[in-house]
Design a protein around this ligand. Structure first.
Ligand SMILES: Nc1nc2c(ncn2[C@@H]2O[C@H](COP(=O)(O)OP(=O)(O)OP(=O)(O)O)[C@@H](O)[C@H]2O)c(=O)[nH]1
Ligand SMILES: [Mg+2]
Length: 718
C-alpha cells in the first residue's frame, strides 16, 4: 500500500497549557471546524456524565471538568493531516505532557488572556524547550473580563524568556471582543456573532477602524492605533529570516508579500528564532480557524525537525534515524493504556513502515514482539489500520513485553531511540482493597495502572507488608484509585498521604566489610572495600568499579552493585531511600570455593549499612514551588500563613487584578492548605504547586518524622 498523506502534509502537534486555559475547549472546536464532529460539547455541561467532549471522555474528567490523560485525535485542514494531542494542565498529570512532547513535532501553547503566563504554562514551556519542540502561542479567553493581550505578550517575554511576535492583534476585548487584526494580510477579521457557525468578514484597515467597529475602551483603541508599529515589527523580524527579501526591501523598499512573510514566519518558528502569538476566544468561537491555519502554515512536518537520535546502552547519542519510509523501521512506545480492547501501546513511528503481522524487536528489552492488531485512535475510538509509516502515531493492541519508553525496531537493523525522562513521585499513600476477598484482583488492577503511568510507583513496605503507592500529588493518587473503580470494578481505600522523604550521606568515608560464614563443609566468603561519598542534590546513585587485578572477580562486580541498590532503598534513619551518593568499589578479596554472586551481594549490603551509620545521615524533604494567587486585600494573611508553613517567599507578581505570591514550601506543610486558604480569603484565592527540589529537613522536624515512622511501623507490625 503506498503512502496516502505525504510526510510534508502531516502535523503532529500537542496543545499544552496551565489548567483551564482552554485546551480541551479549543480541541473541541478544532474537531468541529474540520468537520470531524457535528456538535460542540462544553466542559461545564459534562458533570452529569450524560455527555462528554471528545477528548475528556473519562468519567473522572467529565465530573471534574479537567483533563487527566492526554488524548489523540486527528483531522484534516487545507489537505494537511493534523494529529493532535490534547494534554492536561494540572501538574499532577505532568507525565502526560512530558510523553506527548517527546513524540510530537510542534505545540500550540494556550494562555488564559486574563491570567497570562501561569505556573504550568512555564513548566510546560521548559519541557518543550528540553525536547526542542517548535511552538506557537495562542492567547485565548479574550472575551473574559480583565483580558489583556499585550500584558500576556509581555509575560511571555519576561517569564518565559521567549521572543514573542504577534501576528494578530485583538479587536476589542471582554464583552466587546470582535475578532482580530491579521498583521500578515493586513485585514480586520470581524465576526458577526458568537455562534459556532458565525462567519467573519475580512475588512480593510482604515484609520477610523476603531470608530467604525465601535471600540470604545481606551486600551483597546490604543491597540488599534498601534497596528503600524506591530506590522513593522513583524516585517523587520521576517526580513531577518530571508536574505532575498531583505535585499529587495533595502534596494527599492519592496514590502514582502503575504506568502513571503508566511515563509519567513515558518522558518523562524522552526528554528525557534521567535514565537508567533495569536489571539481569540475558543468558547465564543472566534479565532480557532486561524489557529488551524497557523498550525498548517508555521508548525513543522515530521521532516522539518532534526532526525531522531539513536543512543547506546548509557543513553549517549551515537547516531540518528531519518524520518523516511525508506529507512529501517523504528518507533518509540510513549504510552500504554488499559482499554476495553486490552492493553494499547501508543507508538510514534520515526522511520520505515510497520505492517500488521510483522515481527519486530523490542531493542530496549531484547525481546521479540509480534504485531497483531494496529489501530489509529480517535480519542477513545479505535480504527483498525493495516500499516503505519514514518511520522504516524498509532496504537498496537496487546503487546507482550513493551513498556513506556521502549524502542521497537527492525530486528535486522536494531537501534535504541533517545529515552524519555519521567518525573519522580513525591507523595505516597498506603492502599488496600476495600473488600478483603478481592485483594488479588485489586493488586492486578493496581499493577496495570502503574504500568500505564510511569509517574506512579508501587512498593511493598518490607516491615509492615503494606502496599505503598507513590505519585505526583493527592489528586493524582485519588484519581488513580477512582479509575480502578470505573475501569476494573475494584474499590480501594487509601491511608493519609505521606511525604516521600529521602536520606543521604553528608561525609565521605571508606568502609571495609568481610562476609564470612562456615556451616559444615561449605562456607561463604566475600570481602569488599567501598568508598561512599555525597553527590549534589538530584544526582541519584552512582556506582563505580575501580578494582584492579581481579581482587573482586569481574563476574561478581554486578552483585556488589545489586546489593547496594537493594540496600540503599531502606535508609537507616526512617527507612526512606538513600539518594545522591556515589559508591566506588576499590578493593576486596574472594575465596575460590566459598565466594559467589550471593556472598558479594550480602557483603555489599552489610557494607552499606555500616557505612551510612557513620556517614552523618540526614533526612531530605521535597520542597514545592507554590504559587498562590490572591486579591491584594488578603496578601498579608497569605504571606503570614506561608511563613508559618516554613515557606520562603521568592517573588510577588501582578496577575491581572490579583497578586501571585511565589514561594518554596516543604510539601509536608502543604496538606490541608486549600481549606485554610479558602477560609482565609473567603474562597477568593487559589494556588498551584509543583515539585522543586529536595532540601535537608531541619533537625527538630526530622526527629519528629523519624519518631513518627518508628511508631507507625511498630503499630502496623504489632
Ligand atoms: N470565557 C471563556 N471561557 C473559556 C474559553 N475557553 C475555555 N473556557 C472555559 O474555561 C474552562 C476550562 O476550559 P478547558 O477547555 O477545560 O481547559 P483546559 O485547558 O482543557 O483545562 P485542563 O485540561 O484541565 O488543563 C471551561 O469552563 C471553559 O468553558 C474562552 O475562550 N472564553
Ligand atoms: Mg483539558
Amino acid at each position: 500500500m503506498p503512502r496516502t498523506t505525504p510526510l510534508s502534509d502531516i502535523r503532529n502537534i500537542g496543545i499544552i497549557a496551565h489548567v483551564d486555559a482552554g485546551k480541551t475547549t479549543t480541541t473541541e472546536r478544532i474537531l468541529y471546524y474540520t468537520g470531524r464532529k457535528h456538535t460542540i460539547i462544553d466542559i461545564h455541561d459534562t458533570k452529569d456524565l450524560k455527555t462528554s467532549t471528545t477528548t475528556d471522555y473519562l468519567e473522572q474528567e467529565q465530573k471534574r471538568g479537567i483533563t487527566i490523560q492526554s488524548a489523540a485525535v486527528s483531522a484534516f485542514w487545507r489537505d494537511k493531516k493534523i494529529n493532535l494531542i490534547d494534554t492536561p494542565g494540572h501538574v499532577d498529570f505532568t507525565i502526560e505532557v512530558n510523553r506527548s512532547l517527546r513524540v510530537l513535532d510542534g505545540a500550540v501553547v494556550v494562555f488564559d488572556g486574563v491570567a497570562g503566563v501561569e505556573p504550568q504554562s512555564e513548566t510546560n514551556w521548559r519541557l518543550a524547550d528540553n525536547y526542542h519542540v517548535p511552538r506557537m502561542c495562542y492567547v485565548n479567553k479574550m472575551d473574559r473580563s480583565g483580558a489583556n493581550f499585550l500584558r500576556c505578550v509581555d509575560m511571555i517575554k519576561k517569564r518565559l524568556g521567549a521572543r514573542p511576535l504577534p501576528v494578530q492583534l485583538p479587536i476589542g476585548s471582554e464583552d466587546n471582543f470582535k475578532g482580530m487584526i491579521d498583521l500578515v494580510e493586513m485585514k480586520a477579521l470581524v465576526w458577526e456573532s458568537d455562534d459556532k457557525d458565525a462567519v467573519w468578514q475580512a475588512l480593510e484597515i482604515t484609520p477610523d477602524i476603531a470608530d467604525k467597529l465601535k471600540i470604545t475602551t481606551p486600551s483597546d483603541r490604543a491597540i488599534l492605533a498601534s497596528i503600524d508599529k506591530y506590522r513593522t515589527e513583524l516585517i523587520d523580524t521576517c526580513l531577518e529570516q530571508d536574505d532575498d527579501a531583505m535585499e529587495a526591501y533595502l534596494t527599492d523598499g519592496t514590502v514582502p508579500s503575504g506568502d513571503v512573510l508566511r515563509k519567513a514566519l515558518r522558518k523562524g518558528t522552526l528554528n525557534s528564532a521567535f514565537t508567533i502569538v495569536l489571539c481569540g476566544s475558543s468558547y465564543k468561537n472566534k479565532g480557532v480557524q486561524q489557529v488551524l491555519d497557523a498550525v498548517v502554515d508555521y508548525l513543522p512536518a515530521p521532516t522539518d525537525v532534526p532526525a531522531i537520535k539513536t543512543v547506546d546502552a548509557d543513553g549517549e547519542p551515537i547516531g540518528e534515524r531519518k524520518c523516511s519510509d525508506d529507512e529501517p523501521f523504528s518507533a518509540l512506545a510513549f504510552k500504554v493504556i488499559n482499554d476495553i480492547y486490552g492493553a494499547l501501546t501508543f507508538v510514534r513511528v520515526y522511520s520505515g513502515v510497520l505492517t500488521k503481522g510483522a515481527s519486530v524487536q523490542n531493542s530496549t528489552r531484547g525481546k521479540r514482539e509480534k504485531i497483531g492488531r494496529m489501530v489509529e485512535m480517535f480519542a477513545k475510538e479505535a480504527n483498525p489500520v493495516e500499516e503505519a509509516r514514518a511520522g504516524d502515531i498509532i496504537a498496537l493492541v496487546s503487546l507482550a513485553d513493551t513498556e513506556t519508553g521502549d524502542t521497537l525496531c527492525d530486528a535486522a537493523n536494531p537501534v535504541v531511540l533517545e529515552r524519555m525522562r519521567f518525573p519522580d513521585p513525591v507523595i505516597s499513600v498506603s492502599v488496600k482493597s476495600k473488600v478483603k476477598a478481592e485483594q488479588e484482583k485489586f493488586g492486578t488492577a493496581l499493577g496495570k495502572m502503574v504500568r500505564a503511568d510511569p509517574s506512579l510507583h508501587l512498593e511493598t513496605d518490607r516491615e509492615t507488608g503494606q502496599t505503598i503507592l507513590r505519585g505526583m500529588g493527592e489528586l493524582h493518587l485519588e484519581v488513580t484509585l477512582d479509575r480502578m473503580r470505573t475501569e476494573f470494578g475494584v474499590e480501594g481505600t487509601m491511608g493519609e498521604p505521606q511525604v516521600a522523604y529521602r536520606e543521604t550521606f553528608t561525609k565521605k568515608l571508606t568502609e571495609q566489610y568481610i562476609h564470612k560464614k562456615q556451616t559444615g563443609g561449605s562456607g561463604q566468603f566475600a570481602e569488599v572495600w567501598i568508598v561512599f561519598e555525597p553527590l549534589e542534590r538530584g544526582a541519584g546513585f552512582e556506582f563505580v568499579d575501580e578494582t584492579v587485578g581481579g581482587s573482586v572477580p569481574r563476574e561478581f562486580v554486578p552483585s556488589v552493585e545489586k546489593g547496594l541498590k537493594i540496600q540503599k532503598e531502606d535508609g537507616v534513619l526512617a527507612h526512606y531511600p538513600t539518594v545522591d551518593f556515589r559508591a566506588t568499589l576499590i578493593d576486596g578479596s574472594f575465596h575460590d570455593v566459598d565466594s559467589n554472586a550471593l556472598t558479594f551481594e550480602i557483603a555489599a549490603k552489610a557494607c552499606f549499612r555500616e557505612a551510612i551509620r557513620k556517614a552523618g545521615p540526614i533526612l531530605l524533604e521535597p520542597v514545592m514551588k507554590v504559587e498562590t494567587v490572591t486579591p491584594g486585600d488578603y496578601l498579608g494573611d497569605v504571606i503570614g500563613d506561608i511563613n508559618r508553613r516554613r515557606g520562603a517567599i521568592l517573588d510577588q507578581l501582578e496577575r491581572g487584578t490579583n497578586i501571585a505570591v511565589v514561594a518554596n514550601v516543604p510539601l509536608s506543610e502543604m496538606f490541608g492548605y486549600i481549606g485554610q486558604l479558602r477560609g482565609m480569603t473567603s474562597g477568593r484565592a487559589s494556588y498551584t504547586m509543583e515539585f522543586s527540589h529536595y532540601d535537608p529537613v531541619p533537625r527538630q522536624v526530622a526527629d519528629d518524622v523519624i519518631a513518627e515512622v518508628a511508631k507507625a511501623k511498630a503499630a502496623a507490625v504489632g
